[in-house]
Design a protein around this ligand. Structure first.
Ligand SMILES: Cc1cc2nc3c(=O)[nH]c(=O)nc-3n(C[C@H](O)[C@H](O)[C@H](O)COP(=O)(O)O)c2cc1C
Length: 350
């Protein structure tokens, strides 16, 4: 039976996953205030309903890295995909390629980056955690370039690993998902300590050797965004890791306007955090993002039915986006700005 809605896909994922895995995918750090806030802040934004405009042709496409994509959506890097699909990150990359959007591939993922590079032609973005010395970094980046990845994404909101209480209470360690000899070297020796020591000098070094556009993921402050662009970063990826790292960080959609204001003419901007519907994509685009990332939804769809279900989730998002844009009187993302939004006052439950 074909999925018709996103909630149907989430329900199928819950039914298929062991509870430990569901909680690992869906949980956040500490009190989960930021996890909830990502959604709540999106839900507090409303749309203006404009009528009597010709919306018989709607273009839902977007542009990123100088290329047109079927939707302004990317698949966020997820390290634990091997927990839910035997093909791991390759299943996600293949689904993205089939549908026509850009995937990110996590260094923490399985299979190794060469396998993803060799078995797809979409040229994903390679996401790195710094878990070794400069020689190690140079080696991994060289391999990613060699394997055909189009850009390097450095994730920097993980100086320390967030306290995910659901995993702690279940005594569940997701590290088992990537505990495979083929990819063990990508975890690096003393990796946790290396990650905690990453600083602006390290960013400058990585930009200088990357030989590819650099995406900085985990930026939540305009000052950091500005400094990163000054250091040569090409794309600012606004993210709080889906509420899995710093609890009480604001929602990503709340900080997006400040970051857009700071760097919009000098860098591309991607946002993720709580995106579960086509309407969420429209809200982020209206506030100045160039694309929106899918984290948990990507994992849920893979759990529900592998690459096929992930392609289906993207088709549903496309239908939702087209329907909402049409009812807003808009025919493409080129026409969109914060003028199409309306803040919503919260209405007490009946
Ligand atoms: C299970 C899981 C594993 C993740 N692994 C990584 C990773 O390896 N690298 C990374 O940069 N972000 C990782 N993230 C964060 C996502 O890339 C993304 O920022 C986040 O999931 C977006 O929020 P959302 O889940 O609400 O869509 C992971 C997220 C989840 C849910």
């Amino acid at each position: 039976m074909e999925f018709l809605t996103i909630p149907e896909i989430v329900k199928a994922a819950i039914a298929k996953l062991p509870p430990t895995h569901w909680h690992y995918l869906s949980g956040g750090a500490d009190s989960e205030a930021t996890l909830r806030r990502n959604r709540a802040a999106l839900e507090a934004i409303g749309f203006r309903q404009r009528v009597l405009r010709d919306v018989s042709k709607i273009d839902c496409g977007g542009e990123l890295f100088g290329q047109r994509w079927r939707l302004p959506i990317v698949l966020a890097p997820i390290g634990g995909l091997a927990l839910i699909d035997p093909e791991g990150g390759l299943a996600a990359a293949k689904a993205a390629e089939t549908f026509g959007i850009l995937p990110f591939t996590s260094v923490m993922g399985f299979p190794a980056l060469e396998v993803v590079g060799a078995n797809t032609s979409v040229r994903p973005v390679f996401q790195l955690y710094v878990r070794g010395d400069r020689a190690w970094i140079g080696d991994v980046i060289g391999r990613a370039r060699e394997a055909g990845f189009r850009a390097l994404c450095l994730t920097v909101d993980t100086a320390l690993y967030g306290r995910r209480e659901r995993d702690l209470e279940a005594r569940f360690s997701p590290a088992s998902a990537i505990d495979r000899p083929e990819v063990a070297h990508l975890l690096g020796r003393d990796g946790d300590l290396r990650q905690a020591a990453v600083d602006w000098d390290m960013l400058a070094y990585i930009v200088s050797i990357s030989g590819m556009p650099v995406v900085l993921k985990g930026v939540m402050e305009a000052d950091d965004a500005r400094r990163a662009v000054d250091a040569g970063v090409d794309t600012i990826y606004v993210s709080n890791h889906g509420g899995r790292q710093l609890d009480y960080a604001p929602a990503t959609i709340e900080v997006l306007p400040e970051i857009v204001e700071a760097v919009k003419d000098r860098a591309q901007i991607i946002l993720d955090g709580g995106v579960m519907r086509g309407s969420d994509v429209i809200k982020a685009m209206a506030l100045g993002a160039n694309a929106v990332g899918l984290g948990k939804l990507q994992a849920y769809a893979l759990a529900a039915g592998g690459a096929t279900a992930l392609v289906r989730a993207l088709e549903i998002l496309e239908i939702e986006i087209r329907t909402a844009l049409g009812l807003m009187g808009i025919t493409s993302f080129a026409e969109i700005s914060s003028r199409v939004l309306r803040p919503l006052r919260s209405i007490p439950a009946a």
